[in-house]
Design a protein around this ligand. Structure first.
Ligand code: GDP
Ligand code: GDP
Length: 446
């Protein structure tokens, strides 16, 4: 799954087979088929997507259904996937069939869910007309207070359901405040690479400091300032200053502080030490940033200590950590350089590139090229590439519709990414290419 979509405000769709879960999932997500995130090895019965509603963003997972034994009892072969989704979720949508009414299997599912102590909305689906939408009395007997009847097929009452979902999720007020405030930047790196020196240099450069405000944890302090008419928020500046005291001898990369800074950030500025080269710990940070789908600027600091050329650094980075080579990279000496403005310009550019919209016409052209090249290779005649489309920005997410995702190799996905980058400027911004199997439509209409 796209981890970024994952943990926070996750909503899981649960229910026995055939009640319309995938139909509802598709309706909520806004396009019709589920996406298989093959890159990250997600099996087909657990698919995630993100939903934007009323300026809020939450993630949704289709559990693929809870399976039943022949006797109709809930089976302990309950898909472990479904169970895991329930565990991870903050809110459950329990889908039932409004045309049939509550059945024993629905009640068994409620029993199964009880120990998880999750918030539940009961969603009688297939309420295709106003009468069905309003006949809820039998469902109230199931003991779940929050009920919204919908027709996933015809898109009825979906807005009401989304409103209720949003009202039940615990969106951190802070997060919404930050949205308004500006671009969130995390400064990360191993101890001693120069994070606090970098921070001090930025903040001392006659910038108007807007504010220091308490962050999500009690002792986290964020600092906001204006650069190029853009408000930027440096995340957890207190943590950076105190890092040495706090983390001596501790694996800082598993520290929740670094992880939460990266998660909250729009752009990560990752400092390396020119003198040491890329160490294992740096690799872990690259991975963290990449996995979280964040924009990235890499600063190779202490360039005064060794004689390095940027070109060589880029080659090394490409070789050792190809997956982060989308980043802007700069060589610098925080200690001796007068200004760090170039780094902030990279931050802005990376952010802009992560918002870039690429036209469908251009994507069609890119796909044509890709097809010619992939087809040129032997043993690929089984693979059919049907369509390439941009489904999301920040992180940039593209869906490639194919006849069978199993025919697609990781190298093909890389190739698609390379072609996308060749055709437009996505530097600094990660790109995800997801696969979707071209299938015949079930009875789903829009
Ligand atoms: P799942 O097994 O719970 O994921 O169910 P599906 O989404 O595959 O749907 C099962 C069947 O119910 C399909 O034939 C759908 O077309 C149908 N269905 C789903 N939603 C509705 C609805 O709102 N109204 C009606 N009449 N049929 C629906
Ligand atoms: P942090 O632990 O990542 O916050 O690193 P600091 O900013 O505290 O820097 C660690 C040490 O590296 C300090 O002694 C700095 O003076 C030194 N340092 C930082 N930037 C540079 C640089 O560009 N060149 C050199 N030679 N030393 C630097």
């Amino acid at each position: 799954m796209n981890k970024q979509m994952g943990k926070n405000n996750l909503v899981a769709i649960i229910g026995r087979p055939n009640v319309g879960k995938s139909c509802l999932f598709n309706r909520l997500v806004g396009y019709r088929q589920v996406i298989v995130d093959q890159q990250e090895g997600i099996t087909r019965d657990r698919v995630y997507a993100s939903v934007d509603w009323d300026r809020r963003d939450f993630a949704i997972v289709d559990t693929g259904g809870i399976c039943f034994s022949a006797q109709g009892n809930i089976n302990f072969c309950i898909l472990s996937q479904a169970k895991q989704a329930v565990e991870e979720a903050e809110l459950l949508l329990l889908v039932v069939d409004s045309k049939i009414g509550p059945v024993a299997a629905d009640l068994e599912i409620i029993e199964f869910l009880r120990p998880f102590k999750k918030k539940i909305i009961l969603v009688p689906n297939k309420a295709d007309n106003s009468l069905e939408l309003n006949s809820l009395s039998e469902f109230y007997e199931m003991g779940i207070e929050a009920i919204v009847a919908v027709s996933a097929l015809h898109g009825l009452n979906i807005d009401d359901l989304l409103d209720l979902v949003i009202s039940k999720l615990d969106f951190k007020e802070k997060a919404n405040l930050e949205e308004k405030l500006g671009l969130k930047v995390a400064i990360i790196g191993r101890p001693n690479v120069g994070k606090s020196s970098f921070l001090n240099k930025i903040l001392k450069q006659d910038r108007m400091i807007v504010d220091d405000f308490a962050g999500t944890t009690r002792d986290a302090v964020d600092t906001a300032f204006i650069f190029n008419e853009q408000e930027m928020i440096l995340i957890d500046t207190a943590g950076i200053r105190r890092a040495k005291k706090t983390y001596r001898g501790i694996d800082i990369y598993s520290s929740s502080r670094t992880i939460s800074a990266v998660k909250r950030a729009d752009v990560c500025v990752l400092l390396l030490d020119a003198g040491t080269g890329i160490l294992r710990d740096d690799m872990q940070l690259f991975k963290l940033v990449k996995d979280q789908g964040k924009c990235c600027v890499i600063l190779i600091n202490k360039a005064d200590t060794v004689n390095l050329k940027l070109k060589n650094c880029l080659e090394t980075l490409n070789l050792k950590a190809y997956f982060i080579s989308f980043a802007f990279v700069g060589l610098c000496s925080v200690k001796f350089d007068k200004s760090m403005d170039f780094a902030l310009k990279f931050v802005q550019a990376a952010w802009e590139n992560s918002q870039r919209k690429i036209s469908q016409q251009q994507l069609n052209k890119i796909l044509k090229n890709i097809i010619t090249n992939v087809k040129g290779k032997s043993s690929r005649e089984n693979l059919k590439l049907h369509y390439l489309t941009q489904v999301r920005r920040n992180p940039q997410t593209f869906v490639l519709i194919v006849n069978n995702p199993a025919f697609v190799k990781t190298s093909d996905l890389r190739y698609v990414e390379r072609e996308l980058r060749k055709n437009d400027n996505f530097q600094g911004a990660p790109i995800k290419v997801l696969l979707k199997r071209k299938t015949k439509q079930k009875n789903v209409k829009n």
